[in-house]
Design a protein around this ligand. Sequence first.
Ligand code: PRP
Ligand code: URA
Length: 209
Amino acid sequence: MSQVHVINHPMIQHKLTIMRKKETGSKDFRELLKEIALLMGYEVTRDLPLMDVEIETPICKMTAKTVAGRKLAIVPILRAGMGMVDGLLTLVPVAKVGHIGLYRNEQTHDPVVYFCKLPEDIHDRLVIVTDPMLATGGSACDALAMLKERGCQNIRLMCLVGAPEGVARVQREHPDVDIYVAAIDERLNENAYIVPGLGDAGDRIFGTK
Ligand code: PRP
Ligand code: URA
């Protein structure tokens, strides 16, 4: 069974509260999402293996640490997942970025794929999938399945807010994928929106409604 990491650092909770407020505009919403993604990135990458390298400081030679082997890829689920990419790239500037485009059918709430472009060597990388909202879990599960079809074996899912239903579905369908969230909210409403949530993340990031 995958692990669910709820990253409840005070600064993340504080920033998330501002994002949830309905009066917060797109500019602030985007900036806060980027900042939270960077902060969450510390936890998502916490167990990356290190190796020794010999370097020379202006004073003397030393054995120092550097991240070993595991190359990273960040894969946002379009559109809203894009809002978490820059924060993670600030932390890991050499990561490659793939894109998976999915939107939810408004009636069935099932995800529909419209785009997929991934780094050629994605199967060799630790993949961090980003999407602020984990509602029914349909979009995340489809994205994870697409990555596994391409041979990915090390995948982590990084979201901002999860619903219990979505978290349970990812755990059921992808028990090998650890989930990182800043909060798990109460439930889904009749339109499969997270309650209390923060509304439609894509629309709030891009100002489309
Ligand atoms: C939102 C969100 C997730 C998905 C979550 O995307 O960004 O991708 O819904 O819902 P689920 O867990 O029930 O699948 P949306 O379909 O609204 O597309 P957008 O990001 O382009 O606005
Ligand atoms: N997508 C969103 O953007 N918000 C929700 O609450 C559910 C799905």
